[in-house]
Write a protein that binds this ligand. Structure first.
Ligand code: GUN
Length: 288
């Protein structure tokens, strides 16, 4: 079994980005600039956004964090989006999800200028992605593709089973894995799938993005499979310093010995997601 090391690959990609930033700055003096909007005090969102800002610093990007309370109105948030769309200093920005229930996430996503949508969530970018056009890929699917490529994992003709159909991971990664270049035969499974275990058992490549701690157990995995774990679930653990720890959607300890390759949690796809957001920001800064 080989561990797909998201930390190692992220560091390699960040070193490549840093070189590129230095060259952009030498050419036109402009530093790529990412803005993030964080609404409310969801601890997971806080952690993600902190990591995004820290990663910007590592590669020499500028970053701006805009924080607002959970009581912000939809109109106020849309006004922030409008200002970021118009701000010539900002190359790309994200609005961290989830948003409070009184705000329509799709309305906010649609308000973002698709040329600055470094999350790749806007339907224009999603549509381009689905048609194989050059665009911002959603960061988590992008991170999955990138780590598979950098470990030279063969995908052509393989059966890929995606578990979970979210707009930001399951659905887009199922499209990307089926497209020319990746060439998998893809099964997209979800909460209504009958006998999900037998679907997963047929997989050469499993992509777990269902948000249920240790949902995928050893009996569901074919020997030699490649397992990509997107889950980041906080569970109670009396032995841990702060009483909890992170686990994925895969029962790592029992599944890992059966796999050819597997991503750990933490240290796998989570880090790749942040790094691929940086790649998208670099792309946004290189346009114009
Ligand atoms: N919430 C969970 N993942 C993401 C992400 O990649 N982007 C944004 N904006 N919100 C998220």
């Amino acid at each position: 079994m080989v561990l797909l090391d998201g930390k190692l690959i992220s560091e390699q990609i960040k070193a490549e980005i840093k070189v590129e930033v230095e060259s952009i700055v030498r050419r036109n003096g402009k530093v790529p600039h990412l803005a993030a909007v964080l609404v409310g005090d969801n601890p997971a969102s806080e952690a993600y956004v902190r990591s995004k800002v820290r990663s910007c610093e590592q590669v020499g990007f500028k970053s701006t964090l805009i924080r607002r309370g959970a009581d912000i109105t939809e109109a106020e948030l849309l006004e922030i989006v409008r200002q970021l769309n118009d701000d010539k200093e900002i190359d790309g920005f994200i609005v961290q999800l989830p948003l409070p229930k009184h705000i329509d996430e799709m309305k906010v996503t649609l308000a973002i200028d698709y040329r600055k949508d470094v999350d790749g969530f806007h339907p224009v970018n999603f549509g381009k992605m689905a048609q194989g056009m050059d665009t911002f890929l959603p960061a988590t699917p992008y991170g999955i593709i990138e780590i598979l490529e950098r470990y030279k994992i063969q995908t052509a003709g393989k059966h890929c089973v995606v578990v979970g159909r979210s707009n930001i991971v399951g659905t887009p990664v199922s499209i990307l894995m089926s497209r020319k270049g990746k060439d998998c035969t893809v099964t997209l499974t979800h909460s209504k799938t009958e006998d999900i275990a037998s679907e997963i058992r047929r997989a050469d490549i499993v992509i777990a993005a269902i948000g249920i701690p240790r949902f995928i157990t050893a009996d569901m995995v074919k020997p030699g499979a490649v397992v990509v774990d997107v889950g980041i679930n906080r569970i109670e653990d009396a032995a841990a310093k702060n009483g909890n720890r992170l686990v994925g959607d895969v029962d790592f300890d029992h599944v890992a010995p059966k796999c050819s390759y597997i991503t750990p949690v933490p240290g796998g796809i989570g880090l790749m997601t942040v790094t691929c957001l940086l790649l998208n920001t670099l792309k946004a800064a290189s346009q114009e």
